[in-house]
Design a protein. Structure first.
Length: 235
C-alpha cells in the first residue's frame, strides 16, 4: 500500500450486528512517536535525578522525606506527568508499564465503516485523502490567507480564489517532489538572502551561499538556483 501504510480488517460480532474495523499501522508515524517518547523519558530521568540531588543535599531527615514543590510541578506537567507514578512514600517513578502499553500502539489507529463493499485498503486511502483535503483547507486559510477577501467584484473574487488554489497546487507539487513538508521547504529556502554591498568601486548584489539542503530542494523541484552574482554596477 502507498506510503507503507499497513492495514488489517477486524470484525467483531456475527451476522448483521457485526462491526467492521480497519486497523492501520504507519511505520513512519510509529518511529516519530518512539522518538518523541524517548526525548520525554530523557527529560524525566534528568528531572528526577535533579530532584534526588536536591533531596540528598537537604540538611534534615524530615526535609529529605517531604514531597518537594518540584515533584508536584513534575507530576502535574501536561506532557511529562502522564508517564509518572507516585509511590506510597510520595516519590515519583517512571511508569514503565504505561510506557510498554503505549509502545504497542505506536503508529496504529482504527477506522470503522458501514460499507461492506469497500476493501480495507480503500477505507484507509479514503481516510488519508480526507486528511489531505482538510490539510488543504487549513493551508488555504492560514498559509495562503484565502480569507478575508476584500474584493467586491465577482471576477476579482474568482481570480483571488483561483490564484490561491494554484498556490496550494504548487505547494503540494513541491512537497511531493522534494519529500519535505512546505513548512520545512519555506524554512530552508527562507535562509537564502540577497545581499547588496556598496563601496568606492561600485555596487554588487549577490546571494548567500547555498546549503546542501537548499541545493537538494532546487534539484528536486527542477528549478535552477539563483546565480551567485545578480547585479554588478561599477562606480
Amino acid at each position: 500500500m502507498r506510503d507503507n501504510l499497513r492495514v488489517k480488517e477486524v470484525r467483531i460480532g456475527a451476522g448483521d450486528a457485526a462491526k467492521r474495523f480497519i486497523v492501520c499501522h504507519n511505520p513512519a508515524e510509529a518511529e516519530r512517536e518512539r522518538s518523541q517518547r524517548a526525548d520525554i523519558i530523557r527529560r524525566l530521568e534528568a528531572e528526577l535525578g535533579r530532584i534526588e540531588v536536591q533531596r540528598a543535599s537537604a540538611k534534615s531527615t524530615k526535609a529529605r522525606e517531604l514531597h518537594t514543590r518540584a515533584e508536584c510541578a513534575l507530576r502535574d506537567h501536561a506532557a511529562l506527568g502522564r508517564y509518572l507514578r507516585q509511590t506510597p512514600s510520595g516519590r515519583l517513578r517512571i511508569d514503565r508499564a504505561k510506557l510498554a502499553a503505549e509502545q504497542r500502539l505506536d503508529g496504529k489507529f482504527p477506522l470503522s465503516t458501514s460499507d461492506p463493499d469497500l476493501s480495507a485498503e480503500d477505507v484507509a486511502l479514503g481516510y488519508k485523502n480526507l486528511l489531505e483535503a482538510e490539510r488543504g483547507f487549513r493551508d488555504l486559510k492560514t498559509t495562503l490567507e484565502l480569507r478575508p477577501i476584500f474584493h467586491r467584484l465577482e471576477h476579482r473574487i474568482r481570480a483571488h480564489v483561483l490564484l490561491s488554489w494554484l498556490a496550494l497546487l504548487l505547494i503540494r507539487v513541491a512537497e511531493r517532489q522534494s519529500g519535505h513538508t512546505w513548512r520545512r521547504i519555506a524554512l530552508e529556502l527562507g535562509r537564502l538572502h540577497l545581499v547588496t554591498l556598496t563601496g568606492p568601486t561600485g555596487t554588487i548584489a549577490h546571494t548567500t551561499e547555498l546549503t546542501d539542503t537548499e541545493r537538494e530542494l532546487y534539484a528536486a523541484a527542477g528549478i535552477q538556483p539563483p546565480p551567485r552574482i545578480t547585479a554588478l554596477q561599477p562606480a
